[in-house]
Design a protein around this ligand. Structure first.
Ligand SMILES: C[S@@+](CC[C@H](N)C(=O)[O-])C[C@H]1O[C@@H](n2cnc3c(N)ncnc32)[C@H](O)[C@@H]1O
Length: 370
């Protein structure tokens, strides 16, 4: 799928994001996650008490001549992000005390409407080796939309379930990227600030949907792309340094997408009001097709009148499943499956697909009428 004449989705492009963003169509992106340079302004090397050197962020991409130059840079990429974000989209940016207040202020000047700031509390932060300040154990995320009136996605119930049935709070306790997750080349970190996948998982699960387009203008080692691929979202990424893109692409090859059926936010919605007949009318289930029980030991054939036939019994999906189970009644939606690409897919999940496809279509129809 192309989002402009220039970019294919599910790719990372090399270059300056400010220039590359200009080639993306206005209001085409559902979610933006940006992890921009921090402008740390480190003076000299940092050593631990045992005189070993601290692996701090001293990369060229993090250096700016002055605060004014950093602000100019922030203003340029934020304006482009504002332009490409859909009216219903979510914008996320992460930073430390070095940059987040400047970025937050410019964001508001550009037009963004702030919904929350989230404190990412690092459960395993790097100590303050000199003992001259508090241990800097968090980063700040800002979640914003294009305006106060934006109709944005927020999976409230999913977040609540993730937090043991208590409202998800704005303090997130997540370890920094470590252990097996940390990508290394010859024993050295492949990227000095690889973000933990858990952080992006929470952002995408809470504020985007299956098949949405996620943009990361500062892709680094590819965390955003990897989580998007895993969660059935599409992505597009920009990154200045080729070496990081290579790291990201080789990591991406190993990421396996979660089955769509498991990504449907059933907790957010009551069962969709879609009848079995609707699925047949729109071709999600075909007349003459076989339905199977979960263990594939029972079969039924779909009839043109929307009934199903199994072992010479005719009835609805519910009646026939009840008969098979020797029960008075049964919910056929939970009993029957169809075969798709040699895999059993529950007919219940087809109702969610139907609802998603047709509510997207009606949104698109409304858009084209405007
Ligand atoms: C803080 S890091 C992002 C790390 C990333 N979130 C990850 O998990 O690996 C910022 C990245 O932005 C890149 N970068 C800096 N300026 C850029 C620009 N103008 N356009 C595109 N990428 C840029 C840097 O090379 C660096 O990899």
């Amino acid at each position: 799928m192309k989002i402009t004449g220039k970019f294919e989705i599910n790719n990372i492009y090399q270059g300056d994001c400010i220039e590359l963003l200009k080639n993306i169509a206005a209001e085409s992106v559902d979610l933006i996650f940006a992890d921009p340079p921090y402008n740390l302004q480190l003076n000299g090397e940092l050593y631990r008490p045992n005189q070993t050197k601290v692996d701090a962020v001293s990369d060229e991409w993090d250096k700016f001549e002055s605060k004014e130059k950093y602000d100019e840079f922030s203003n340029s990429w934020l304006k482009e992000c504002y332009r490409v974000l859909k009216k219903s989209g979510s914008f996320w940016v992460i930073g430390t005390y070095h940059n987040i207040f400047r970025v937050g202020s410019i964001m508001q000047n550009v037009g963004f409407w702030i919904l929350n700031d989230i404190i990412w509390i690092k459960t395993n932060p790097m100590p303050n080796f000199k003992g001259t300040r508090f241990n800097n154990a968090h980063e700040t995320l800002i979640w914003a939309t294009k305006s106060a009136k934006s109709c944005y996605t927020f999976h409230y119930h999913a977040m609540k379930a993730m937090n043991d049935d208590l409202q998800m709070r704005s303090d997130w306790f997540i370890p920094i990227c470590h252990g097996k997750e940390r990508i290394k080349i010859n024993g050295k970190k492949a990227h000095s600030i690889q973000k933990p996948a858990e952080l992006l998982y929470r952002i995408m699960i809470s504020t985007s949907n299956l098949d949405d387009l996620v943009l990361d203008p500062f892709m680094g080692s590819g965390t955003t792309a990897a989580v998007a691929k895993r969660l059935g979202r599409n992505f597009i990424g920009f990154e200045k340094e080729k070496t990081y893109i290579d790291v990201a692409n080789s990591m991406l090859k190993k990421i396996v997408s979660i089955k769509k059926e498991l990504l449907l936010y059933k907790i957010e919605n009551p069962k969709p009001k879609v009848a079995f007949g609707n699925l047949i009318e729109k071709g999600y289930v075909k007349i003459g097709e076989k339905l199977y029980s979960e263990k594939k030991d029972k079969e039924a054939v779909v009839q043109a009148d929307v009934s199903i036939e199994s072992e010479n019994e005719i009835g609805s999906i519910h009646k026939i499943s009840a008969k098979i189970l020797n029960k008075e009644s049964n919910n056929g939606w939970d009993f029957w499956y169809v075969l798709r690409n040699n895999e059993l897919i529950s007919i219940d999940s087809l109702r969610y697909a139907y609802k998603r496809d047709f509510s997207n279509k009606s949104k698109a129809d409304q858009g084209s009428a405007n």
